[in-house]
Design a protein around this ligand. Structure first.
Ligand SMILES: [Fe+2]
Length: 328
């Protein structure tokens, strides 16, 4: 039995583990612990990481290594494929800058962002939730806008949209004083930061709910759009014969002390890509009741038809915290 290879305080490799995985060998007078089979690698790595004082780091990294190694065994990863994977990871970093976040895109297109969202909201998927993935386009300092104001900040052709949103708690009681960021793509399917024809902060605003928990604003009806495909995520989509489209939606981020920050999206219900969203972001509670209107519009410069939406967002009690902005 090994006599000296201690890992975490009070923890030792068992004789069985040594027999089956890591064998002690003689090298002259010295006793060495050697990895001599592929099966020995995983426990060796886990043992090496076992002294990390941060218990959560230990838990996450042990599980990560177990699953990563199991993945390589499962697909019998070749050396060429391994190199291709490393190159893919490097390209994710190289494609990322202040205006573009390829890591978020990759996480989105493999469903990981939505998985993490649903694991952490709505009682781990057991109950309905208004939560959705953040996506790569939220900005930290969106302009404060009065209720009823417009977030159209440069000429943006398209049907007018008048939105009214009620923020309530899980019992349906209105929540006043919630700061709500709104952002969405233009009717040509681009965000301001992607489109030099839009003024900065076009289709972006920050509202505060009134005493009835309500905020309201004017914009134009969003369109669906392709996610950026110039990076490795685009290469992957093409290799998988997948389209890059998202169904049309508004984004919301609701923030108030005492409540879990709610990140949501509200989709246009007749969008043809509702069931094939490239980032798997659509759930039933996120489909909004956008209504095409032919009655007299609420402002004289609005053409018919115009659109309205009346929507409810439910916040859960919890800790208010802002996500790391994916772009600047
Ligand atoms: Fe979006």
């Amino acid at each position: 039995m090994d006599e000296g290879w201690r890992t975490a305080p009070g923890h030792r490799l068992t004789p069985i583990a040594l027999t089956n995985t890591i064998r002690a060998k003689r090298n002259g007078g010295r006793r060495l612990i050697m990895i001599d089979t592929e099966a020995a690698v995983t426990p060796a790595v886990i043992e090496a990481m076992a002294r990390a004082p941060n218990a959560r780091l230990r838990e996450i990294m042990e599980s990560f290594v177990r699953h990563l190694h199991a993945f390589a065994r499962d697909v019998k990863l070749t050396e060429g494929e391994f190199e291709q994977g490393l190159d893919f990871l490097n390209r994710i970093g190289q494609a990322t800058n202040d205006q573009h976040n390829e890591a978020v895109l990759f996480s989105d297109i493999v469903g990981f962002s939505t998985l993490v969202c649903l694991l952490n909201n709505g009682d781990a998927g057991a109950t309905e939730t208004a939560a959705a993935l953040l996506g790569p386009f939220w900005l930290l300092d969106q302009p404060h806008t009065e209720n009823g104001g417009s977030i159209v900040r440069s000429e943006t052709p398209g049907p007018a949209l008048f939105a009214k949103v009620h923020v309530v708690d899980s019992k349906g009681a209105p929540i006043a004083g919630v700061e709500v960021d709104v952002w969405h793509a233009s009717p040509v399917g681009m965000y301001d930061i992607q489109d030099e024809n839009q003024a900065p902060m076009n289709m972006r605003g920050k509202f505060t709910t009134d005493a009835e928990g309500t905020f309201w604003f004017r914009s134009v009806k969003p369109a669906g759009y392709p996610i950026p495909t110039h990076g490795p995520s685009g290469d992957l989509l093409r290799a998988q014969l997948r389209h890059a489209l998202r169904p049309a939606h508004l984004h919301f981020l609701c923030y108030k002390e005492g409540y879990k920050t709610l990140i949501s999206q509200v989709f246009v219900g007749d969008d043809p890509h509702l069931e094939t969203d490239v980032v798997f972001g659509v759930t039933q509670p996120l489909i909004g009741n956008y209504v095409e209107r032919n009655d007299p519009p609420p402002a004289p410069d609005v053409a018919i038809p115009w659109f309205s939406i009346d929507h409810r967002l439910v916040m859960e009690p919890g800790v208010a915290s802002l996500p790391v902005p994916p772009v600047k």
